[in-house]
Design a protein. Structure first.
Length: 305
């Protein structure tokens, strides 16, 4: 079914359900302090080809996030399923060097829009028994009018009742993500999700972007030992041992009980020929976790065994 036709049919069904006494959208889902309206400026619009809403929606947010490479629809389109999988959308965003961070709550979707970030959303425009899966890009909202604005299908700036959007999004499993440049964290990102997104850039072999992402995480959570260790690994992969050492020293300064941080620091120091310093760091790791064979092996290596 055409997404726009599905939306029109669904809107009619929602109106009928409302007449039957269905409860309205819970106003508690709208966080206090949000501006009454928001519209993300300059979000590109790409009308979708038939059954290709995923590539079109992802291309929009990638382009908005500064990706200079053109998305090949084949990166996220699965012919056997005649559509795109959410996991493929995340992986493709990371291959293009962008942060891809999940958004799981309506209030987070609205907060991201208020912060000036478009949100890629997954909807079921049909019914649970007869789903019509669809990707779109939320670009704004108007709370006094109870509407959300989407780039959707072949329609630019489609206004949809907020209640209808919520219902279709819930039927899609409440899946959404924000795609940003690696040095720009989404407004509502949790530390755990931001770290996972940065690590995803490493796995996608976008190491320079991973460095920028970890630095962004540390900018928001300065005491994050996990971000400091991730930054060290990425810098080391780029041939920057001094930068890796600085990040690891930051990690163990914040978390001196972190054996993994001391062990990694020992490796970096050993690689620079600073054997005695490496031995001291390795000994700290073994003292903290004497049962870990990896740490024992590092200590032996620093002794030249």
């Amino acid at each position: 079914m055409d997404p726009q036709r599905a939306l029109r049919v669904l809107a009619l069904l929602v109106m009928v359900a409302g007449c039957a006494g269905r409860p309205p959208l819970d106003s508690a889902a709208v966080p206090p302090g949000l501006p009454p309206t928001a519209r993300v400026a300059a979000v590109p619009f790409h009308p979708q080809a038939e059954k290709a809403c995923g590539p079109a929606a992802l291309a929009m947010v990638l382009e908005w996030a500064g990706d200079a490479g053109r998305l090949d629809p084949a990166e996220v389109y699965t012919p056997g399923r005649e559509g795109s999988m959410t996991a493929d959308m995340v992986a493709a965003a990371r291959r293009h060097g962008r942060l891809a961070v999940p958004v799981r709550r309506l209030e987070a979707v609205l907060a991201e829009l208020a912060a000036g970030h478009p949100v890629l959303v997954f909807q079921n425009l049909g019914l649970d028994a007869y789903p019509v899966w669809h990707f779109a890009v939320a670009i704004g909202y108007d709370l006094p009018r109870d509407t959300v604005v989407l780039h959707s299908g072949t329609e630019r700036e489609l206004e949809l009742p907020l209640d209808t959007f919520v219902r279709t999004w819930e039927r899609g499993g409440r899946w959404a993500m924000v795609v940003t440049a690696p040095d720009l964290l989404p407004a509502t990102a949790a530390e755990r999700d931001a770290l996972a997104a940065a690590a995803g850039l490493e796995r996608a072999r976008r190491t320079p972007e991973a460095v920028a992402a970890y630095e962004s995480v540390l900018g928001r959570w300065p005491d994050s030992a996990a971000a400091a260790i991730g930054l060290a690994n990425a810098r080391h992969a780029l041939g920057d041992p001094a930068g890796a050492e600085a990040a690891l020293r930051r990690a163990v300064a914040n978390r001196p009980e972190l054996a993994a941080g001391w062990n990694n620091l020992a490796h970096v120091l050993l690689g620079q020929g600073r054997r005695e310093e490496a031995r001291r760091a390795a000994r700290r790791a073994v003292t903290l976790d004497p049962d870990d064979d990896t740490y024992a092996a590092t200590l032996a290596e620093t002794a030249g065994e």
